[in-house]
Design a binder for this molecule. Structure first.
Ligand code: SAH
Length: 366
């Protein structure tokens, strides 16, 4: 098993990303407009263009005087994401976008259209310092700002609305913080982004809180803080094994917060919000897919409000692990069902374009 270094300290960018509308609260947006010599109501117009029409080109806005537009563009809508490359699979229904940030750092976003919903998987950090996935291999580069995170969602909403995905125009319905990075290690920017995502239009993107998922490797203080927000967003915990011995090696933060502590923090999230949480479990052949582990997981979860998402392991460079045998996966599901634990097997969307769970690693592929 490869050795993983835990990174809690972020590497500060040389120069912070320019301040964006999405970095500010509604009140701050109005204050900023005034500080630039604009009437406060201009802030609401700007927000409407950005969050309702997904339009970030003030030059095309007829309700803002032409002379005012360059100022608005510079101070409210600096270009935070430059598209570098787009790759698709599933006949265009899955698409991975590679973006360059203002300081040259690269991040990826994956957009997936299903029959009944369209989901964007966004990044909260460039690189990661926590998990065994491809993102973590290069370590953590830096936290993203709320503007940079929200802009990924706005770009996805625009792609959906403008009919870029096969099947015609649609609405972006779900957002998952399951791309690069550990969202709870970039707490403030992630929470600001969540508020931008769930605040009704025109001040936010108006996506239902229940359709937003924050996935964590198990940072207990972060889960506790999230609980206090009392929002209806979905919490996902990347557990990957029910026993501390193996989890210490798979997910190194387990040396700080053990399986039982993580689950009890998640239980409190349920008590506060009434929302069932999900347990993410990448099935790795002969590592964590044994019958006894399924039994242990079933016993741990049978009286909890949790749903298990089994993820067939996706290939990542240099890893000696592979996905479980089909029969072991089926047996794992059956065992959990025997305990009455709700379980689903996640599809491997985006595997062909290195866009599936655990595969995002923009830094290695510039
Ligand atoms: N840092 C957060 C968000 C990332 S979510 C977290 O860990 O929850 C990405 C999910 O994919 C995590 O559950 C991660 O453990 C899982 N994963 C990592 N590598 C994988 C792989 N090779 N195949 C399938 N899933 C993987």
């Amino acid at each position: 098993m490869s050795e993983i270094k835990l990174v809690f300290d972020e590497i500060k960018p040389k120069k912070k990303a320019p301040e964006h509308l999405a970095d500010l609260t509604i009140a701050e947006r109005r204050e900023k407009a005034e500080s630039l010599g604009l009437p406060a109501f201009r802030a609401n117009q700007i927000a409407t263009h950005y969050f309702t029409h997904y339009n970030e080109e003030p030059d095309s806005w007829s309700d803002i005087p032409a002379a005012m537009r360059p100022l608005v563009a510079e101070h409210f809508l600096p270009k935070l994401l430059t598209p570098i490359r787009q790759v698709e699979c599933d006949k265009g229904k899955t698409r991975k976008d590679l973006w360059r940030l203002h300081d040259g750092v690269l991040v990826e976003t994956v957009l997936m259209r299903y029959k009944d919903r369209t989901t964007v998987c966004i990044s909260s950090q460039a690189g990661c310092g926590m998990n065994f996935c491809a993102t973590g291999q290069a370590g953590l580069t830096r936290n993203l700002t709320a503007g940079e995170i929200t802009s990924q969602v706005a770009a996805a909403a625009r792609a959906c609305a403008s009919g870029e995905l096969p099947g015609g125009p649609t609405r972006l319905s779900n957002v998952v913080f399951m791309g690069m990075g550990e969202p709870l290690a970039n707490y403030n920017a992630v929470m600001k982004s969540v508020r931008n995502i769930i605040t009704p239009q025109p001040d936010g993107l108006g996506i239902g809180a229940r359709s937003v998922t924050v996935s964590t490797v198990g940072l207990v203080p972060g889960i506790e803080k999230l609980t206090q927000e009392d929002l209806q967003i979905t919490l996902a915990v990347s557990l990957h094994t029910p026993d501390d011995e193996l989890r210490d090696t798979l997910v190194p933060v387990n040396s700080r917060w053990k399986v039982k502590e993580v689950l009890s923090a998640a239980d409190k999230y349920v008590a506060m919000t009434g929302r069932r949480y999900s347990i993410e479990y990448a099935l790795i052949r002969d590592i964590n897919d044994q019958k006894w582990r399924a039994d242990l997981l079933g016993r741990l979860l049978k009286n909890r409000h949790a749903h298990v998402n089994l993820i067939p392991l996706n290939p990542t460079p240099g890893s000696k692990w592979t996905a479980s045998r089909k029969e072991d996966e089926i047996a794992f599901v059956k065992t959990l069902e025997k305990y009455g634990v709700p379980v689903t097997v996640r599809d491997t969307r985006g595997r062909e374009i290195d866009g599936a769970c655990g595969q995002l690693a923009a830094a290695n592929k510039a």
